[in-house]
Design a protein around this ligand. Structure first.
Ligand SMILES: Cc1ncc(COP(=O)(O)O)c(C=O)c1O
Length: 457
């Protein structure tokens, strides 16, 4: 904390001057975890002195914890060399080396990268690239964007709010942009078609074709989707779903954009979740962890063919004053090298197995754990008032608040969302988590769930 800052002053300043971009009101400030003073390893330390294990790794950005020496050294030494902005909007060594590294790790013929500041401009950039690509190919009538509802979240700009699967993120800002068309996201726990996998024969994926035919493929530029629907409470796709979507897009001449702003970079147990699902998208969006949690860096990564078409136009306009800072690229590269050196792609799989085994066993004895969804270190635990009916709690905000409170008693920051259905504990566990930290997280979840069961079920 800054020398003259005392706790009461900071709480007052937050209440008087600060608007939360994530819907937090005045009463939030002053609670444990509401204002952060420092970080240490996988922990955030708040102004009250609480040391809390961050199960969401700062929205998945700090996937290697905070302040990893290898990352900090790379960041600081590059910062000393080029202290501020991207000079004259031209690249630097670290950015070019990061571009090469991403191309070497990404599947198939994905090759070129354009750099920005955050996930929102990576996804919005993908849409601009899709439209510009079709125009350059003489097919300017292909402009529509197909996106999934509910859940999938691609960013906060007006453009990406138009592709959002969250009503609460759309409604206050309507009217949204034209040209966006939604289709149903899969959710095997609560199938929108009330079917069961595999008898459904992936009706959710087949239904995309109905939407494409109705809209007319000659008007559609791209489909944008996550693999695992993180915004719906970590809902991985059913087996074969992403391959079916890929095949449909290819057959109709529609680009497939996969938003890996959260799932990219090792967390799913593969470098990219697309690879894990057996597909090569036309464009992949990356953000958050691409700077190893050190700051605002994002990437729109495209195939060689699309990249060459775009470069040849010499008219790509999607750059930002701070888009692609050398020191963030250096930190991101150091992070990727750390993952390689320490086998953290495999560790993400282990994290999934260790916590998944324990939480599934606990779920079988609990009357309110409806579904445990594990995608490597990316995990969702959906709680329901009644397992048979899958009914949500009468007061989901109170359930979330109790879960947060009990988590903090255990020294664990638990995030519990309730955007659509039941309350879901969502986790992007740091790949640097030790076995004993994973055990502490599971203890906290089990205790929190038991307390919810006693009070609200
Ligand atoms: C899947 C996904 N896409 C895009 C974004 C937007 O990223 P940013 O907050 O960096 O703009 C997010 C942010 O949470 C995200 O989860």
């Amino acid at each position: 904390m800054h020398q003259q800052d005392d706790t009461d002053t900071l709480v007052r300043l937050a209440r008087e001057y600060y608007v939360s971009g994530f819907a937090k009101g005045e009463s939030f400030y002053g609670k444990p975890g509401s204002i952060i003073a420092s970080t240490e390893g996988n922990y955030a330390i708040d102004i009250l002195g609480n040391k809390l294990f961050d199960t969401e790794s700062c929205a998945s950005a700090s996937y290697l914890g905070f302040g990893l020496p290898e990352v900090m050294d790379a960041l600081k030494s590059e910062m000393a060399r080029i202290p501020s902005t991207t000079p004259l909007f031209v690249p630097t060594g670290p950015i070019l080396r990061l571009a090469e590294k991403i191309a070497s790790l990404s599947p198939g013929d994905l090759k070129y990268s354009i750099f920005g500041c955050n996930g929102t401009d990576a996804t919005e950039g993908a849409i601009k690239i899709a439209r510009q690509y079709w125009k350059a190919c003489g097919k300017g009538g292909k402009y529509k964007i197909l996106h999934r509802i509910p859940g999938d979240y691609h960013g906060m700009s007006l453009g990406m709010s138009s592709a959002s699967g969250h009503t609460f993120r759309r409604a206050p800002y309507e009217p949204l942009m034209g040209g966006f068309v939604s289709f149903n996201a899969p959710n095997c726990y609560r199938c929108p078609y009330e079917k069961t996998y595999p008898e459904c024969r992936l009706l959710c994926a087949r239904d995309l074709e109905r939407v494409i035919q109705f809209e007319d493929p000659d008007t559609i530029a791209c489909v944008i989707t996550e693999c695992t629907n993180t915004g719906l409470g970590i809902v991985p796709p059913p087996e074969g779903y992403m391959k079916a979507i890929r095949e449909t897009c290819t057959r109709y001449g529609i680009l497939l954009v996969v938003d890996e702003v959260i799932t990219g970079i090792a967390k799913s147990g593969a470098w990219f979740e697309s690879e894990k699902r057996g597909i090569v998208p036309d464009i992949i969006c990356l953000g958050k962890s691409i700077s190893a949690g050190c700051g605002a860096l994002a990437v729109t990564h495209m195939t060689e063919e699309i990249g060459q078409v775009i470069v040849k136009t010499e008219s790509m306009h999607h750059g930002f004053t701070y888009g692609g800072l050398a020191y963030l690229a250096a930190a991101g590269l150091a992070g990727l090298e750390y993952v390689e050196k320490h086998g953290l792609v495999k560790r993400a799989q282990e994290i999934g197995t260790i916590t998944g085994t324990r939480l599934r066993s606990f779920a079988s004895q609990s009357s309110i754990v409806g579904d445990v969804r594990i995608n490597g270190a990316i995990q969702g635990i959906e709680l329901v008032r009644d397992k048979n009916t899958k009914e949500r709690f009468d007061d989901p905000a109170a359930v979330t608040s109790l879960i947060n409170e009990v988590g903090r008693e255990h020294g664990v920051l638990l995030t519990c969302q309730f955007p659509h259905y039941g309350n879901t504990i969502t986790m992007y566990l740091p790949l640097t988590s030790t076995d004993s930290e994973l055990s502490m997280v599971c203890d906290a979840i089990e205790d929190a769930v038991r307390r919810v069961e006693e009070r609200y079920a």
